[in-house]
Design a protein around this ligand. Structure first.
Ligand SMILES: Cc1cc2nc3c(=O)[nH]c(=O)nc-3n(C[C@H](O)[C@H](O)[C@H](O)COP(=O)(O)OP(=O)(O)OC[C@H]3O[C@@H](n4cnc5c(N)ncnc54)[C@H](O)[C@@H]3O)c2cc1C
Length: 414
């Protein structure tokens, strides 16, 4: 079968590799090259314990406080607020308990599938040296916020998330030395993994794909259509015909889905970080500062500090003051952190309002498969997604229920 994959981010490359492994004629088209988008500079976490979505019950009560701080964990540039409103309404609806709990179950199933698929991939291609298996701690500011999180941990545990509660400063310091004096509570998740460097990870998979006969071409895709049984991809003014298209263009995917007639409410949660050189801090596990929406993890030989969410669309310029603010906060929380010599970055998380990816055949065309919208979890869910994409391309029954990830689920808001 001839397949074109649009997008050489982690989702497109892993999907292309899975399809090529099954013997198909696969070409990736990307307008810039391998790992040019969000997959390049993310925090590098295979965050398998992260089954609780951002849209949690009560989030709308917390959000106004966060929004008051212009450089806080959540921001909405006033110029973008009106455009964002319909997405926000859907996000708020997704946080109601009747939708939140099925979302947790859907993530539980996709995470378990993705974790198994990653381990098989690592074994198949000998990739263990790319991984840190050091777990992660959610660190809480106070006993109050720690206790408020516990029902969510209980819910995560009911979906197989193993975790250890760290109560008291010594329990926390046994896992990570150097935390500021006020930290006394945390939750450790041993099944959390990290890649050495997310860009190197995707490039390694892309190299494997090419070694196995896959092709990668630089081309900017403008539109999709179908012509009887064939899919037609228009890129740089040229038409490419194939049997199946996989659309994995990250935060830009909805624009191409629209050319087919599908309207997917995809926005971007822009995230910022700073990568510090080797020796910046002695990190023994990945840290999530749960009350502040940012993380500190190893990246390459250095340390990457960042996160936060800016709902600012794809066109507004980056505001690197956000990366500065996160770094200053990290210095308060890890007093020994050397904040000098950092490199700043902003990336576009591709985000649906219900915090679930779209892994689905297009409602408008059986030849087009959608694989985008993974939000905060694109690296984490990439290998599982690639196997599901291969199932959809080949017409097999997917190994997990894909109804929660269907492209037509957005037709009903309430
Ligand atoms: C600060 C930050 C930290 C994060 N940390 C983590 C983490 O620790 N763990 C995790 O799991 N996730 C994390 N994420 C999320 C993760 O990075 C994304 O979910 C993931 O990279 C999305 O991958 P993708 O392949 O869908 O998109 P992308 O990596 O953005 O790739 C899309 C590709 O499509 C191409 N493209 C777009 N439009 C076109 C077109 N018209 N024609 C041709 N090519 C096109 C682009 O050039 C790009 O290469 C983080 C994100 C950010 C911003």
């Amino acid at each position: 079968m001839k397949v074109i994959v649009i997008g050489a981010g982690v989702i497109g490359v892993t999907s292309a590799l899975a399809l090529r492994r099954e013997g198909h004629d696969v070409t990736i088209l990307d307008r810039e090259g391998v790992a040019a988008g969000a997959s390049q500079g993310n925090a590098g976490a295979f965050a398998f314990p992260g089954v609780i979505p951002v849209a949690t019950p009560g989030i709308v009560l917390k959000a106004p406080k966060w929004l008051l701080d212009p450089l806080g964990p959540l921001s909405i540039p006033p110029r973008y607020a009106l455009k964002l409103a319909p997405w926000l309404v859907r996000f708020w609806r997704a946080s109601w308990r009747d939708r939140f709990e099925p979302t947790v179950a859907a993530h539980g199933s996709l995470m378990a599938h993705s974790s198994r698929a990653l381990e098989a991939l690592v074994q198949r291609y000998g990739l263990e040296s790319h991984l840190h298996r050091e777990g992660q701690i959610d660190v809480y500011d106070s006993e109050r916020t720690y206790r408020e999180s516990l029902p969510f941990w209980d819910l995560a545990a009911s979906h197989g998330v193993e975790h250890e509660r760290l109560e008291g400063r010594n329990a926390l310091l046994d896992r990570q030395a150097g935390l500021a004096a006020h930290f006394e509570y945390g939750v450790f998740t041993p099944s959390w993994l990290n890649v050495y460097d997310p860009k190197i990870w995707v490039q390694t998979l892309a190299d494997l794909f090419v070694q196995q006969g896959g092709k990668i071409e630089i081309a900017s895709v403008e539109a999709l259509r179908t012509d009887q049984d064939e899919a037609v991809v228009q890129a740089n003014g040229t038409e490419h015909r194939c049997d199946r298209v996989v659309l994995a263009a990250g935060a830009f995917s909805h624009r191409l889905a629209k050319t087919l007639g599908d309207h997917i409410p995809l926005e971007t949660e822009r995230g910022y970080n700073t990568t510090l050189p080797q020796g910046a801090f002695d990190l023994t596990t990945f840290l999530t500062f749960a009350d502040h929406g940012f993380v500190v993890g190893r990246s390459g030989p250095g340390i990457r500090v960042g996160g936060a969410v800016e709902l600012g669309g794809l066109e507004l310029p980056a505001n690197m003051k956000r990366a500065d603010a996160l770094l200053q906060k990290a210095k308060k929380f890890l007093p020994d952190l050397d904040t000098s010599g950092g490199r700043q970055w902003m990336g576009f998380r591709p985000s649906t309002p219900d915090c679930k990816p779209v892994i689905s055949i297009s409602p408008s065309s059986p030849s087009v498969i959608y694989a985008f919208g993974h939000g905060h979890l694109g690296l984490t869910q990439s290998v599982g997604t690639s196997e599901l994409v291969a199932d959809l391309v080949l017409g097999r029954t997917p190994s997990i229920d894909l109804a929660p990830f269907a492209a037509d689920r957005f037709s009903k808001i309430f």
